[in-house]
Design a protein around this ligand. Structure first.
Ligand SMILES: Nc1ncnc2c1ncn2[C@@H]1O[C@H](COP(=O)(O)OP(=O)(O)OP(=O)(O)O)[C@@H](O)[C@H]1O
Length: 309
């Protein structure tokens, strides 16, 4: 049912002349879901976002956003959306406070308390003129204007760009709170690590085509991790080399190091035959998994491009 969907893209396609922006995109984002929209530079993320908001018109296909047709119901749709553009430009001389008041009024008024709370969390000084601000501070102004009216749908194009790690964490907390309040978040990034903490699912685009849509947990299950086990006594590497999914086994006296691709269980069962003193498992490297998507879809994408398919 489309009413449970915040975003539905059907065969959404945009060509800039002969240059493919995005082609044949089928994608849905459930109401209340956080969707990461991932891909390298030039993959088609901004094009897709601009199509969803009717800042661009599709060459083919259609989008439904919050149950509305972006073309027919643009003004109504935009009132219910918090949008952070990828390229922020603030031409005027206004202080951040004046600019945000202006945006707030355009949306029928927002709680100023909420605006100052958001600014406080992001350590943004609202009394400063926006034009003179650093890229990071401009990004914070952009984030405050996107979140301040508590929209049903947040569409954020590279939201963490220019933010330092502490502010990135604060931003992620804002996204979690938005989801807890029932809001939907569609956010693009070219770095998986930025969205994996908060996203329910990630959609991966490459070369203007959708390469994969995955739940974040299943990316984790699939991911490769490195494991180091310290035993009470020396062990033989041969015991571990034959285990399914285990590679790069090295043993140095009582310390075993290896790479596990998939389930940890066979390794744990084998290790349990000895006295285990310590076990260290590095976080699944999702960035690796993410890159492998590009790798695996590369042939298909390039073949399609070559044939003009
Ligand atoms: N106005 C335009 N005219 C011609 N080609 C364009 C235009 N805008 C985008 N493109 C091309 O469309 C493709 C997708 O670009 P898009 O900006 O959507 O990618 P992106 O994933 O958002 O990348 P980035 O992270 O670099 O912004 C690229 O090949 C880009 O060069």
């Amino acid at each position: 049912m489309t009413t449970d969907l915040a975003v539905l893209a059907e065969d959404l396609t945009k060509f800039y002349g002969s240059q493919r922006g995005i082609e044949g995109l089928h994608l849905d984002v459930g109401a209340g879901e956080v969707m990461g929209f991932l891909g390298p530079n030039g993959a088609g993320k901004t094009t897709t976002i601009r199509l969803l908001l009717d800042f661009l018109r599709p060459t083919r296909g259609h989008a439904t956003v919050l149950g509305l047709d972006p073309r027919r119901d643009k003004a109504r749709l935009h009132r219910q959306i918090g949008y952070l553009p990828g390229e922020l430009t603030f031409p005027g001389r206004e202080r951040a406070a004046d600019l945000l008041r202006f945006f707030g009024d355009a949306r029928g008024g927002v709680s100023w308390r909420h605006v100052t709370d958001l600014a406080g969390r992001l350590e943004l000084d609202l009394s400063r003129p926006v034009r003179a601000m650093s890229k990071g501070n401009k990004q914070k102004v952009g984030l405050v204007q996107a979140f301040m009216h508590e929209p049903a749908l947040l569409v954020l194009d590279e939201p963490t760009s220019g933010l330092d790690p502490l502010m990135q964490q604060e931003f992620l907390a804002m996204v979690r709170e938005a989801r807890a309040a029932g809001q939907t978040v569609f956010m693009s990034s070219h770095v998986l690590a930025e969205v994996q903490e908060v996203a329910d699912r990630v959609a991966i685009v490459r070369g203007g085509r959708l390469a994969a849509v995955e739940r974040v947990e299943s990316l984790g299950r699939r991911a490769v991790r490195t494991v180091e086990i310290h035993f009470a006594d020396p062990v033989s590497p041969d015991e571990f080399r034959a285990l399914p999914g285990i590679t790069d086994v090295t043993v140095s006296g009582p310390v075993l190091k290896c790479t596990v691709d998939g389930r940890l269980d066979p390794l744990i069962k084998a290790a349990a035959r000895h006295e285990v003193v310590d076990l260290l498992s590095a976080e699944p490297d999702l960035e690796e998994t993410f890159l492998s998507f590009y790798y695996h879809s590369e042939g298909a994408g390039d073949a399609a491009a070559a044939t003009g398919a």
